[in-house]
Design a protein around this ligand. Structure first.
Ligand SMILES: O=c1ccn([C@@H]2O[C@H](COP(=O)(O)O)[C@@H](O)[C@H]2O)c(=O)[nH]1
Length: 305
């Protein structure tokens, strides 16, 4: 099996797209006509929830797959429905993997090393179950929070090497409050620069045949100035960039995130794609999402050409 960064690189080239669709779906944002059509009064709430949540997202994935390199599943939107949502998440991960899309689990997980290893086992590695080892979620990559320090990151990095998976470490996030801690100054550097230096160190041992590291960084689209600094520290890492559109990040600023080969980025968009029907692009939600993802893919490609 190829390294994560090689699989990502090849899929970007094959699809001619760096767009990742964020699957952040809440039931209350699914169109009424869809719910009315599929809500079955003879079933209980959770059976209806599971069916409708899976079906809506499955159809979105089918509609947009040609425009995207992968999908990013935001854990919160599944966990809010307890184990019912997690069951749907598991089914959707399998569905997306079967379509050869790059699957990123956005859980921003971490803990002390023993607990971090549990998260890593679940999402990118394998878990010992009696005399078997089971790859439960088997995603291509996971987002992690670096605040706990190196011993919490190491189990993930080791599993990236072992299972050919990827990691995206939060370096400079897209939200306005990212400045509260990430911009604190230490030794005349921002804290996020220090984190980026660590990401460089952690990724040095896992590079693919194209020279990219399997350990990448999350940098918000709303942070082009920070992106220039991060890119100078991380010349060989993929940057996962959320925050275009609704959060104010501009496609024209994506050039500041690129590496020297005008590559090395993937750009997430969630609400603008999964709820594109709200913008009345088309009366049909699948067509709306298709058009929104196609337009965004093309405008990103133009901006980074
Ligand atoms: O810095 C970060 C890190 C993660 N996110 C996540 O990305 C999507 C963004 O959704 P949009 O609807 O496209 O705004 C969401 O899942 C966030 O949890 C981020 O926004 N910023």
């Amino acid at each position: 099996m190829l390294n994560f960064s090689d699989r990502l690189f090849d899929t970007i080239k094959k699809k001619n797209s760096v767009l990742v669709a964020g699957i952040d779906t809440s039931i209350e944002n699914i169109p009424d006509y869809f719910i009315k059509k599929y809500y079955d009064k003879d079933k209980n709430e959770t059976e209806n929830l599971k069916y409708i949540l899976f079906e809506y997202n499955r159809r979105i994935i089918d509609a947009i797959e040609e425009n995207i390199v992968g999908v990013k599943f935001q854990a919160a939107f599944f966990e809010q429905y307890s184990y019912h949502g997690v069951e749907v998440l598991h089914k959707l991960i399998l569905y997306a993997k079967n379509k050869k899309l790059i699957v990123i689990f956005d859980g921003k997980r971490n803990d002390i090393s023993s607990s971090a290893k549990g998260y890593s086992n679940a999402y990118i590695g394998e878990t010992v179950v009696f005399d078997k080892k089971i790859k439960f979620f088997d995603c291509d990559a996971i987002t992690v929070n670096p605040y706990i320090g190196e011993d919490g990151i190491k189990p993930f990095v080791e599993d990236c090497e072992r299972y050919k998976k990827g990691l995206f470490v939060l370096v400079k996030t897209s939200n306005p409050s990212s400045k509260d801690f990430q911009d604190l100054s230490i030794d005349s550097k921002y804290l996020f620069e220090k984190v980026a230096e660590k990401v460089h160190e952690w990724g040095a041992g896992c590079k693919g045949k194209y020279g990219y590291s399997d350990i990448g960084a999350v940098v918000g689209a709303t942070q082009p100035d920070a992106a220039k600094l991060v890119r100078s520290i991380l010349p060989d890492s993929f940057l996962l960039i959320p925050g275009v559109g609704v959060q104010g990040g501009k496609v024209e600023d994506l050039k500041y995130f690129l590496d020297k080969n005008k590559l090395g980025i993937i750009v997430n968009s969630s609400r603008d794609i999964i709820y594109a029907y709200k913008n009345h692009i088309h009366s049909d939600f699948e067509k709306s999402s298709f058009i929104a993802s196609k337009n965004l893919k093309e405008s990103i490609n133009n901006a980074i050409a």
